[in-house]
Ligand binder design. Sequence first.
Ligand code: PLP
Length: 434
Amino acid sequence: MTLSSFGDKFTRKTGILELMEDLAEAAAFPADASGGPLCMLGGGNPARIPEVERVWRSRMGALLADEAGFGRLVGAYDSADGMSAFRSSLASLFKKEYGWEVGPENVCVTNGSQIAVWYLLNLLSGPDAKGRRRRILFPLMPEYVGYADQAVHEDVFVSCKPRIELSGDFHFKYYADLEGAEAVLRSEPIGGILVSRPTNPSGNVLTDAEVARLAALAARYDVPLITDNAYGLPFPGIVFTEAAPYWDPSIVLSMSLSKIGLPSTRTGIIVARKEIIAALSATNAIASLATGTIGQAIAEPLIASGEILDLSRNAVKPYYLAKRDKALSLMRSLFAGMPIRVHQSEGAIFMWLWFDGLPIDSRELYRRLKARSVMVLSGDYFSFGSFADGTSCSAWDHPRRCIRINYSSPDDQVERGLSIIAEEARKAYGEKPR
Ligand SMILES: Cc1ncc(COP(=O)(O)O)c(C=O)c1O
């Protein structure tokens, strides 16, 4: 078999593939060779929150009990832009909560938000009909590993290095280089700007001022600003700062039901101006025919009634906040005496650990941890594309001294995993640089 260049690109060993393989391995072998638990701090699975799971089970029960409705639900293809009741309820929720001027025509539902971003990146990057090549701008690297290999065309990602601000002796925070972003917009054709907010991997939440300036840039240069809100407000609501959600017609807001406990229903949501929604649903029809309805049917009544907001505020957010606080205080004591810093944990289900000056890189640390049944993600995967000066983001040393951990695993796994991370880091700090 000879693969096309598309085939070559999409079958490479990538970070996202490694992440999904680690998830499959963890599911198949939940204990390590010595019988100890595998500490799954990699991957992007949300926590299983009993209170939330009970709600989804009960909704599933109601769907199963509805004889006529159930047949319609599973026995027919729905449309390529999603269920109309789901889209209407969502639009009403956004209007009521935030005053956004949106209707169902501004909402498209896809089989997960991952594929929605895939569509968007490829609709907006690469050569256009006039042969002009457009790139996608990331105003703040490191970014979500799941974007890194999504573009069909090569070399279409241009990124800005963040300003790194240290806070106290244990934290740091990234700030977007907005002047750098504008310089890129001035100097070359850009098809879209992309940020995740809260950010996977760092747990950063772009400030309201940063978002306002990015939205103004997007409007001025007529380039959509894709804001990936997979962890954000109003649901799942895993945001620990005061940052407000934002939408205007220059924004393409990407959302998901995954992190509120329904990842396997593959329900992604895009809120955007009508022409973008039309482009997405046309692409979805070609690639997927229709969008799966189960997740939409499970969640729709909670969206219509607003209960999804209570679930997010009263069950999801407090659950993650408690786990975050526990993990942070554990890390403070375990990492004492080592130059390790944690990015301010402002949202999402991850922590981003910076092993400043570590003599080994994050791939080697990943390998050593994996050998001890602790799964994490190596930081270099979250630095991709090239910077505006043409240098490769993968040559940047900072992310190669970082790892991402998912702190939403059961407490015993997080505790054991963090102590093994501390042991391996202490050992590595004692070694000569490689
Ligand atoms: C930032 C971000 N965007 C999108 C996704 C994909 O989510 P979905 O399950 O909706 O495809 C993830 C998954 O982890 C994510 O972290």
